[in-house]
Design a protein around this ligand. Structure first.
Ligand code: E4P
Length: 222
């Protein structure tokens, strides 16, 4: 399973890249609005692409077909690694087909059902993004969408990558991986928590303690 970082925060992306933990980045208008600071959003995307050796999703804000297509083409010119995020709308599917016919990669976002994921894949999406956490928030089980979409894509040999999005905690990542999602896009706080286990810390403390006893003994005997 690949990990993408779900942020537009450059410091967080630098940290994750140098730690070798991520294979790509996803942004959205809310993340850019929160993280861009005084920088121009296009420059932030350029900088992210220079840091990350992998796909970087950048979302259109138009909601009509021509607007999504035009914005998508402009975003794609920023860098070869840009993947244009298109919302799951009827007009979005037309824009997706047009962008894909020009070789531009598309991530269909705001998917909340497996059939939306199927439609996006049929339109040629490179990635589909079902939002787990937002479904859980309204009392559904977001993981059902991952499970059904995996099954449907496997039934028909669909190569669109299944990108589990709106992840809230490590268990979401584990369950999506067990089902066979291709990618999990995670906020930095979740990525950090994926690294941790209390028994790792306790075990390391014990090893280091025992080692210092051994070295103290060796010194005493010298
Ligand atoms: C995915 O590409 C989205 O940017 C993201 O995962 C949305 O997550 P949220 O529901 O936590 O905003």
């Amino acid at each position: 399973m690949k990990f993408f970082l779900d942020t537009a925060d450059l410091a967080e992306i630098r940290w994750a890249v140098q730690a070798g933990l991520i294979d790509g980045v996803t942004t959205n208008p809310s993340l850019l609005s929160k993280d861009a600071g005084d920088l121009e959003w296009g420059d932030v995307l350029k900088e992210i692409c220079s840091l990350v050796d992998g796909p970087v999703s950048a979302e259109v804000v138009a909601v009509d077909e021509a607007g999504m297509y035009d914005e998508g083409r402009k975003l794609a010119r920023i860098d070869d690694n840009i993947v244009v995020k298109i919302p799951m709308l009827e007009e979005g599917m037309v824009a997706t087909r047009r962008l894909r016919s020009e070789g531009i990669k598309v991530n269909v976002t705001l998917c909340f059902s497996s059939v939306q994921c199927l439609i996006a894949a049929k339109a040629g999406a490179t990635f589909v993004s079902p939002f787990l956490g937002r479904l859980d928030d309204i009392g559904h089980d977001g993981m059902d969408v991952i499970r059904e979409t995996r099954q449907i894509f496997d039934n028909y040999g669909i190569e669109t990558e299944l990108l589990a999005a709106s992840i809230r905690h490590p268990r979401h990542v584990v369950e999506a991986a067990l089902i066979g999602a291709d990618i999990a896009t995670v906020p930095t706080s979740t990525l950090k928590r994926l690294l941790l286990h209390p028994l790792t810390d306790r075990g390391l403390d014990q090893f280091l303690n025992d080692w210092s006893k051994l070295t103290a003994r060796t010194k005493a005997n010298a």
